[in-house]
Ligand binder design. Structure first.
Ligand code: CTP
Length: 416
């Protein structure tokens, strides 16, 4: 297969030499296209020696061959590792000021970018927006690993290991490295799942709303995990400031009414619905048409009405036979009972097949990286637990869903 390996100017460029080795040893025909600045890290001679092909950075080096068009057109796979913040910006902006960006514009094959940079650069809104733009155009952008960066600093921004990049890139064209097993179909293969994430906002007037602190990270982790386990995923996102996860259909909503419509619409065709969104229980009886003005010294009394309980409705109505309905319950202990006692009562009240009970308050839950949940069934009995990252919690939820689906349809147990 004809592969273009782009290399941009990050210290992790040295790892691209190992990636090149893996791809050529697997029998692929790899042209390395470094950016000018990346040659500061790894020189042309290394790329020419390892690929056995000439290496250029400019569109001017072999004008008769019209390389800037030919390379992209002929490539069957393009991988850029490392992809720096600058490379992402130039690719998102459609620039073509060197051979690599020109190739990215002409390539019609799958493209995988493996970003690596300092955490601050990765998390900067400009980079987030560029990644979202690229993903919305069908470019596959890996998330960087977390760990030790160039200096003593640690955080997200590390280039994933060369074998992981090679595996992810080759999987886009249905291939794998020799010795690697082909990716298993995944225990959610063939399932369509809907995940709601974030927090709904209810308008008070054109500029103000009632909302909550949910970041959507747990829902994002659930969507990513389901996609990597083979499901087709629809993510209904209420006010979440995160880029669309790879390979997931995202529907953005704001209010509870919009979230309810989007979830029910997708749920009509879904095997599993997970309500991870923090849904506002109340909304203003009427949103003011004009901005509310304060009147000298007077307070303001809001009249709120209850929103429909989307989860309870889904559990009651079962929009599709055999559908698994999962809820999340954010609880704090109080005088009436501890977190689990409230969770058990809610599991029974809501009637969902699974309820992931999450202790919040005191710095846990909303907006924090780590999480702990207990999984209860519809009777309130404990069927699982997980603590750690939101990814670990997500996997535990899907494990419980897979077990439940296998129990309902034993034929499915054979494949997971
Ligand atoms: N939920 C929902 N619709 C609502 C409120 C909540 O679908 N109007 C869902 C949430 O997405 C979550 C679950 O119900 O999956 C539990 O949410 P939580 O806020 O903990 O429960 P409440 O319904 O608010 O229960 P209570 O007021 O008794 O705490």
């Amino acid at each position: 297969m004809r592969i273009v390996l782009g290399v941009s100017a990050g210290i992790a460029a040295y790892k691209a030499a190992l990636l090149l080795r893996l791809l050529t040893e697997a029998g692929h025909d790899v042209r390395v296209v470094p950016t000018r600045a990346s040659l500061q890290f790894v020189g042309r001679a290394t790329w020419e020696a390892l690929s056995g092909k000439p290496v250029t950075t400019e569109v001017w080096d072999d004008v008769p061959a019209v390389e800037h068009v030919a390379l992209g057109r002929e490539a069957e796979l393009v991988v850029v590792a490392p992809a720096t913040a600058d490379l992402l910006a130039r690719a998102a902006g459609g620039h073509s000021d060197d051979l690599l960006t020109a190739t990215l514009l002409t390539a019609r094959c799958p493209v995988l970018l493996a970003p690596a940079m300092h955490t601050e650069m990765w998390e900067h809104p400009a980079t987030r927006a560029n990644v979202a733009t690229l993903r919305s155009r069908g470019v596959h952008v890996l998330d960087p690993d977390s760990g030790r960066l160039t200096g003593a600093d640690t955080g997200p921004g590390r280039l994933p290991e060369p074998a992981a990049i090679a595996a992810a890139a080759l999987a886009l064209v249905g291939e794998h490295l020799p010795g690697d097993a082909p990716a298993p179909p995944g225990d959610l293969a063939g399932a369509h799942v809907v995940v709601s994430a974030g927090g709904t906002r209810e308008a008070l007037d054109p500029v103000r709303y009632l909302g909550n602190r949910s970041t959507g990270r747990q829902g994002w982790a659930l969507a990513r995990a389901a996609a990597s386990r083979g499901a087709a995923v629809t993510l209904v996102a209420a006010n979440v400031d995160l880029p669309d996860p790879d390979g997931v259909e995202v529907r953005r909503v704001e209010s509870t009414a919009e979230l309810r419509d989007a979830v029910r619409d997708a749920a009509a065709h879904a095997d599993v619905v997970v309500m991870a969104a923090a849904v506002a229980d109340f909304r203003p009886a009427a949103a003011a048409e004009h901005k509310l003005k304060k009147q000298d010294g007077a307070g303001l009394t809001l009249e709120l009405v209850q929103n429909p309980d989307v989860l309870a409705e889904l559990a009651r109505e079962r929009l599709r036979p055999g559908q698994v309905v999962v809820g999340f319950a954010a609880e704090t202990g109080d005088a009436d009972g501890d977190v689990l006692a409230h969770g058990r009562a809610k599991a029974v009240r809501k009637g969902a097949d699974l309820l992931a009970v999450n202790a919040v308050g005191g710095g846990r839950g909303f907006g924090t990286a780590d999480n702990a949940v207990t999984l209860l069934d519809a009777r309130g009995d404990e069927v699982g637990a997980a603590s750690g990252s939101k990814e670990q919690v997500a996997d535990a939820v899907w494990d419980a869903v897979v077990t439940l689906r296998a129990r309902r349809d034993p034929a499915r147990g054979a494949t997971g």
